[in-house]
Design a protein around this ligand. Sequence first.
Ligand SMILES: Nc1ncnc2c1ncn2[C@@H]1O[C@H](COP(=O)(O)OP(=O)(O)OP(=O)(O)O)[C@@H](O)[C@H]1O
Ligand SMILES: [Mg+2]
Length: 293
Amino acid sequence: MIGRRARQIFQAPASHAANGAGSGPETGKTILSVEKLTISFDGFTVLNELDFSMKYGEMRFLIGPNGAGKTTLIDSITGKSKPDRGRIVFDGGTDLTRQQEHRLVRLGIGRKFQTPSIFGSLTVYQNLEVALGFRNRITSLFGGIRSQESDRIMATLEEVALVDRASEVAGSLSHGEKQWLEIGMLLVQEPKLLLMDEPVAGMTRREREKTGELLQSIGSTRSVLVVEHDMEFVRRFAQTVTVLHLGKVLSEGDMETVQRDPEVVRAYLGHGASGNRTVAESSQPRRGTAAGV
Ligand SMILES: Nc1ncnc2c1ncn2[C@@H]1O[C@H](COP(=O)(O)OP(=O)(O)OP(=O)(O)O)[C@@H](O)[C@H]1O
Ligand SMILES: [Mg+2]
């Protein structure tokens, strides 16, 4: 039986753009501050003195044409790409540019990759146990999990609406369910900031809708940065959107404002070979396609 919490998330009608500021004690303060971040690859500047920030309890969408530097920004937040210059200050003082990738979970940062990295031969529940073990080494060392931790796993399964599938092997889940399981694996680690690169790519319309509602639920108590190309999805679920172009913030605000910004329209047209596709019309472009974003 689906839990009450899960039912609220997946079955309640989505309130349009109802995400945004959460109600945590630190709401209003900056959780992430990217300052003058510059990254080059082989002399090609990908992030160009980028300034970007997010607050506690905020869900932010990051959009921009192919090659704008969106994934590179996430890579730099997670320590995968090291900048030439600049700082990334997280949670009141940690400079992430000086952190190793493996320290992130402890710092409270979770990253979701496009291809779900789940353990297909383990059950859904066991996947969450493993994820919890990464956070609490002690758990994996002594085997077995305490009841408190099992409660956390169950609460997470409810949040991602996979309670009914808890004892099934993860490999048998649908594409959308695998994505939700991976999100659950991040949530069980209790991150303060979640980073997601194109979370709804390859999902059916129904799965996208459920994911949007799940993201809203997650974003009500944590900070979430979502990179997304699917403009229909962004319009439906975003409150604040940042447009990245040529490694800088081109525009920021609600989707309506952003898609009317002439600079944004120009940036997107510059990436559309057809010349008549706008940010408002485009949806689900793939890397290297004429549609750009
Ligand atoms: N490791 C790397 N080595 C060399 N060039 C790279 C590397 N990573 C990214 N780039 C280049 O940096 C630029 C920005 O790439 P990035 O993947 O950040 O863009 P993006 O905004 O995520 O694009 P997309 O919407 O297509 O995913 C691109 O020109 C890309 O080819
Ligand atoms: Mg990318």
